[in-house]
Design a protein around this ligand. Structure first.
Ligand code: NAD
Length: 255
């Protein structure tokens, strides 16, 4: 295995969930270019296949699986198939997420939309963690990274469901990390500000302008910046940090 990933005479899998688009797709390609064998997972199976094919075309190792993090019955079998194909899962990068309805004040939030956002962004993170932790516990090593958001640290106006789900995710990570702190498994979150992806392109311009105006660097983050940070957080080198929410906000958050 190349430097930066757990070296061993056997192979291990790095799972990227939400690999079909945006941050997940970029992270999957970046990790594969560094030598990781990547399991590309998405509820959109065609996009997961496209990501895996792009990695293989570039000379990397990848397989694709379709799974929806809201349907736990689809997650565990997908993880098992990836482990059988690429080796035990050493790292999980969870990029599956949705904003739900935005530009809507709290008193107008549709409760069904709130539940749906939390089911993906928060409950889905627990479902994924539960699917990989048994393997990580048996190998006494693992890296779990859930992509949260600056919205979870600070709250974004008009994004009640999204902000609450991401704040919940940050709390989930803090708690789970302590459960496994002595096991060789680290569990962290990442809180990006605005990164130009299909998710952001689908938002109302007013929402994007509001979020971007709050960034002291006065620009969006790039997919290269977010991928490089993800790759480091799930590498063996990042070994004394757990339960933490890494910042990637161009100075918006200094905590
Ligand atoms: N782009 C940003 O500015 C930004 C900022 C902060 C946080 N984030 C977070 O980063 C993550 C990735 O965002 P993105 O901008 O790349 O979005 P994106 O919409 O481009 O990609 C998200 C991917 O997740 C998949 N997905 C959604 N729900 C799923 C489910 N239930 N099961 C499996 N897969 C599912 C989608 O099919 C899609 O391929 C999200 O959690 C998002 O909240 C993004």
């Amino acid at each position: 295995m190349p430097a930066g990933f757990k070296s061993s005479d056997r192979s291990y899998a790095t799972l990227v969930v939400g690999a079909g688009s945006g941050i997940g797709r970029a992270a999957a390609e970046f990790l594969a270019a560094q030598g990781a064998a990547v399991g590309c997972v998405d509820r959109n199976g065609d996009s997961a296949q496209e990501a895996a094919e792009a990695i293989r075309r570039a000379g990397g190792q990848a397989v694709a699986e379709t799974a929806d993090v809201t349907e736990e019955a689809t997650v565990a079998p997908a993880v098992d198939r990836i482990a059988r194909s690429l080796g035990p899962v050493q790292a999980l990068v969870n990029c599956a997420g949705v904003t739900g309805r935005t530009n809507v004040k709290a008193h107008e939030v549709d409760l069904a939309d709130f539940d749906a956002v939390c089911r993906i962004n928060l409950r889905g993170a627990l479902v994924l963690s539960q699917a990989v932790l048994p393997q990580m516990l048996s190998q006494k090593y693992g890296r779990i990274l859930h992509v949260a958001s600056i919205a979870g640290k600070e709250g974004n106006a008009g994004m009640t469901a999204y902000s609450a789900s991401k704040a919940g995710l940050i709390g989930l990570v803090k708690s789970m990390a302590k459960d496994y702190a002595e096991t060789g498994i680290t569990i962290n979150a990442l809180a990006p500000a605005v990164i130009l992806t299909p998710m952001v392109e689908a938002l109302p311009q007013a929402t994007v302008d509001y979020m971007t105006a709050k960034i002291p660097m006065r620009r969006c983050g790039t997919l290269e910046e977010v991928s490089a940070m993800i790759a480091w957080i799930v590498s063996p080198a990042c070994s004394f940090t757990t339960g933490f929410t890494f910042d990637l906000s161009g100075g918006r958050a200094t905590f």
